[in-house]
Design a protein around this ligand. Sequence first.
Ligand code: CP
Length: 319
Amino acid sequence: MSTAILGKDLVGLEPLSGDQIRAILDTAEPFKEVSERQIKKVPALRGKTIVNLFYEASTRTRISFEFAEKRLSADTVNVQAAGSSISKGETLVDTARNLEAMRIDMVVIRHGASGAAQFLGARIQSNVINAGDGKHEHPTQGLLDLLTLRDHFTNLAGLKVCIVGDVLHSRVARSNIWGLTKLGAQVAVCGPATLLPRDIAELGVTVFRHVAEAIQWADALNVLRLQLERMTAGFIPSLREYNRVFGVTNERLARAPKDILIMHPGPMNRGVEIDSDVADGPHSVILPQVTNGVAVRMAVLYLLAGGSPDWAAGGGDTA
Ligand code: CP
């Protein structure tokens, strides 16, 4: 199996070079068109067996991986903690080794522990793709965000992107920071001090304490959900207070010097980190992000399986 563009696994964007990230985005471009066809299927991964192993809840990531796999003609199985022997205490490695005994080729894993994907990748032969591990990384979300930004701005070099909200608990923030900086964008974060990692500036990002400052600066805002399920202490006084101080509202955006592209990885807490009229407004690309998620995941699966980045140039369907 060729590993020309990527290694065996995709655990994050931190280990990738800018050229590797660009190659994934370029490979995703022709895959966008496959999802617009009446028959949304190409034979690129025919004969491959892929397990989607989800220890945490997911709507967008799990379903778009499954669509991506099916549109590439792979055979797919979904395993969730509830209803499998994971709920009886079987370990991650035992679960994966039993799946490998059934001759699988790839595992897509979402797990609550940071480092779970890397841990698994070092212990099994199948390709491992991180679909979100704890507070570490969510690389395919980072990639789909980059693809969406590239759709709108063409060149990301010098682009000003501010990540607003609960950066502390966010794997999406980390993947965005790594991906954006490797492609030459300027990155800022904005949120309450309690929801920003203390060492965040060391990643080369600007820190804004007031959302009004971020709005004056940014070309695009990536608004993050308050991850209430990961909060073990009182990080904010109340949801209403958070919206009053850090919520992205049309009233605040009206003071921006230019139109700002609005992104959100989902799921949204409407009326908390983002108001509905912004989420559903003319500058929102929240649903195009989801659409791009399928193409990006097709590209990652295809490249990890040893595919050439010029899939479309090779005839597409016959790759
Ligand atoms: N963006 C994202 O990871 O959404 P899900 O949790 O629904 O997969």
